[in-house]
Write a protein that binds this ligand. Structure first.
Ligand code: 2DT
Length: 212
């Protein structure tokens, strides 16, 4: 039998929705059930491009808005060979943010169309499932203060949420909205069920191309 490929599973959502916690729990649960699984996150701050992005996010440098958008995209493209290699080896990838964050965050800035923002990410490996952790701005506020990085303000996060809602209307992507206002274990159980379904469905399908 030929090796079954791994699934590409993405978690998206606004800040404070619990993405990173849930990614970690999902990876652990899938590994515990005997499925080879690894976690990735974007931006991946350790590469040369990632270091430029990190310095920008920490407000240690300024970059022109189009430029930083393209750097975020390049940061995904530079990891595509590795991602494909893992998926082809049968390893599932659980990814904390992907092109959807890229488009939602840049298009929340004045003067950026959704279309312009999507262009550089067209053709990336297409996720088999994108879960959007839904949390209202008031619920997010109850989870404490935002951090000090760029973009961590209520006004900007609301604009980002609206852009995610537009992206979720695209039927070419398999979106699943997850109610992130529940307790960690309930959210996790939901995410795990959807992920197992996606892994089973992906086995026999080739890796798709995003937005193409
Ligand atoms: P973390 O706090 O999850 O490290 O995110 N962002 C992210 C973009 O503006 N464009 C992108 O393509 C991606 C992946 C979202 C860091 C911040 O970077 C934003 C929050």
């Amino acid at each position: 039998m030929t090796c079954r490929r791994g699934a590409l599973i993405v978690l998206e959502g606004v800040d404070k929705a619990g993405k990173t916690t849930q990614c970690n729990k999902l990876v652990q649960a899938l590994q515990d059930s005997g499925r080879q699984t690894e976690m990735m996150k974007f931006p991946e701050r350790t590469t040369k491009i990632g270091q430029l992005i990190n310095s920008y996010l920490e407000n240690k440098s300024n970059l022109e808005d189009h430029t930083v958008h393209l750097l975020f995209s390049a940061n995904r493209w530079e990891l595509v060979p590795l991602m494909k290699e893992k998926l082809e080896q049968g390893i599932n990838l659980v990814v904390d943010r992907y092109a959807f964050s890229g488009v939602a965050f840049t298009s929340a800035k004045p003067g950026f169309s959704l279309e312009w923002c999507m262009n550089p990410d067209m053709g990336l490996p297409k996720p088999d499932l994108v879960m959007f952790l839904q949390l209202s701005p008031s619920e997010a506020a109850q989870r404490g203060q935002f951090g000090t990085e760029r973009y961590e303000t209520t006004v900007f996060q609301k604009a980002v949420q609206q852009k995610f809602e537009l992206l979720m209307k695209d039927p070419s992507v398999k979106w699943q909205v997850i109610d992130a206002a529940r307790n960690i274990e309930d959210v996790h159980a939901d995410i795990k069920n959807h992920s197992v379904d996606a892994i089973n469905a992906a086995e026999n399908e080739p890796i798709g191309e995003l937005w193409k």
